[in-house]
Design a protein around this ligand. Structure first.
Ligand SMILES: Cc1cc2nc3c(=O)[nH]c(=O)nc-3n(C[C@H](O)[C@H](O)[C@H](O)COP(=O)(O)OP(=O)(O)OC[C@H]3O[C@@H](n4cnc5c(N)ncnc54)[C@H](O)[C@@H]3O)c2cc1C
Length: 437
């Protein structure tokens, strides 16, 4: 299917483009034909997932490839738990696809609307000091390269490309499938409660290591953090889910409905934000429940926002959060959205934000109708002073020169890009900024 002229926008409404052409291939061969045709007409080409990146990484001014029709399971190896998924598969479909095999994804981020290719191409992660981001679950993949050829990459096939291609930023080619090392299905026992921010910061590293999955949210202008501690359990432990009504009140009405209305008020009347946040603090009731892993990892996010997230050496997290708190106090800004703090294990993927170091993440947000630049720029300066690495799919101002300093394999990645896409058929303005031309 081919379309022209329609406006594409990302989820956050921070990026938009009118692609010269939109194509929706229904086979791998059609993807190859699309890449070759784009090359002949001299147009750049880019696969786009569900547009959940806040940065301009998915902007496709030339040919936009929508892989929605390349979705579902391509193959399952039941002996190893390795599952090959077509590139356009949305994360929220994966649980249903894996359940018949008794398998699950080892870890997930906050939402599940993304595609497996989009999520891995930007380094999407959840939390857990012993767990890497989604890319660390990839054991193989297939790319269509700049010349339209198919390239299989894994630890044993074209292995020299593997550490680059697992997190390729969409710069190395079009992914047509991804093979994931799954784990036996599991439940999560969740404990959520409000705790004094100072105590949470003092014990962040320790608590992140002690729990399977620990994270916290801090609402600026308050002294409390909402901590979330999730413990992995065997399915035999049995589910003890939240009652549907209380889940709806907490997760839909308060987290989305009321919160959205409060953010709208806060955007018009910024002076009301500290009071609103203190009211929100009171609603942080303790909750304890056990449910399927996806129902606990994932939330629905109906209130649109802009986000910047930085990855820091985990030991730097308490100091960096305190510096952000002082910055907000000093500046007089009224910030309605919470700051989210998570962790991940070190990994060996060249452009992973957790490459080579145990990592903590600090994410800052602003309601999408508020201008984020002043706040994000000041927070970014703090993150840079701790050798922070920006999430590739979220807002930041870094360029190739500054990113090269923090990624030891930056030039190795660029060399792979030169090999697979010498004519820069998959580039866009964002990639030119962060990788160079
Ligand atoms: C509400 C919300 C919550 C979020 N929560 C988290 C979170 O908890 N943790 C986290 O780390 N991130 C989170 N993110 C960020 C998000 O996971 C990433 O930006 C992710 O890349 C979005 O996936 P997507 O499918 O929308 O990809 P897109 O944004 O559409 O594309 C991202 C990149 O992937 C490339 N790409 C897509 N498909 C292919 C393909 N087939 N071949 C090659 N390249 C391809 C695109 O070209 C682009 O470069 C969140 C974003 C939102 C909006």
């Amino acid at each position: 299917m081919t379309n022209t002229g329609a406006l594409w926008q990302n989820w956050a409404r921070s990026e938009s483009v009118r692609p010269a052409r939109v194509e929706r291939p229904t086979s791998v061969a059609a993807v190859q034909r699309a890449v070759i045709a784009a090359a002949k007409s001299g147009m750049p080409i880019k696969a786009v997932g569900s547009g959940h990146s806040f940065s301009g990484i998915a902007v496709a001014p030339g040919v936009l490839l929508d892989l929605a029709d390349l979705s579902g399971i391509v193959g399952v190896d039941t002996a190893t738990g390795r599952v090959t998924l077509a590139a356009g598969t949305r994360l929220h479909r994966i649980r249903g696809l894996l359940t018949p095999y008794g398998l699950a994804l080892a870890n997930m981020g906050d939402v599940d609307r993304q595609t497996i290719s989009g999520a891995t191409s930007t380094g999407t992660h959840g939390t857990g000091s012993a767990f890497g981001g989604l890319v660390t679950q990839i054991v193989g993949l297939t790319l269509v390269t700049g010349d339209g050829e198919l390239l299989h990459v894994s630890e044993t096939e074209n292995a020299e490309i593997f550490p680059a291609a697992r997190l390729g930023l969409g710069a190395l080619g079009i992914l047509v499938d991804v093979t994931i090392q799954c784990v036996p299905d599991f439940l999560l026992h969740a404990v959520e409660q409000a705790e004094p921010l100072g105590e949470v910061l003092d014990t962040f590293d320790e608590r992140s290591r002690a729990a399977d999955h620990f994270e916290f949210y801090w609402f600026p202008h308050t002294e409390k953090a909402l901590t979330k501690t999730n413990t992995r359990l065997d399915p035999a432990a049995g589910r003890a889910p939240l009652a549907p009504v209380s889940r709806w009140i907490d997760d839909e009405l308060l987290a989305n409905g009321v919160f959205g209305a409060l953010c709208t008020i806060g955007a018009v009347l910024p002076q009301s934000v500290p009071t609103i946040n203190r009211v929100a603090e009171r609603f942080m009731a303790r909750r304890e429940y056990t449910d399927a892993s996806t129902r606990i990892f994932v939330s629905r996010r109906a209130v649109r926002f802009h986000e910047m997230e930085y990855a820091l050496p985990i030991a730097a997290i308490p100091a960096a959060v305190r510096e952000v708190r002082e910055l907000i106090q000093r500046s007089g800004w009224r910030i309605s959205f919470p700051i989210e703090v998570r962790s991940a294990a070190a990994d060996d993927v060249w452009l992973s934000t957790a490459h080579g170091r145990e990592t903590g993440y600090i994410a800052v947000h602003r309601f999408y109708r508020e201008k984020p630049a002043e706040y994000f720029t000041a927070v970014e300066a703090i993150m840079r002073s701790h050798d922070g690495r920006p999430h590739w799919g979220k807002m930041h101002t870094r360029d190739a020169e500054s990113l090269r300093e923090t990624y030891p394999h930056f030039d190795d990645f660029v060399a792979v890009r030169d090999r697979l896409d010498p004519e820069r058929r998959f580039t866009n303005r964002y990639l030119e900024r962060v990788l160079g031309r």
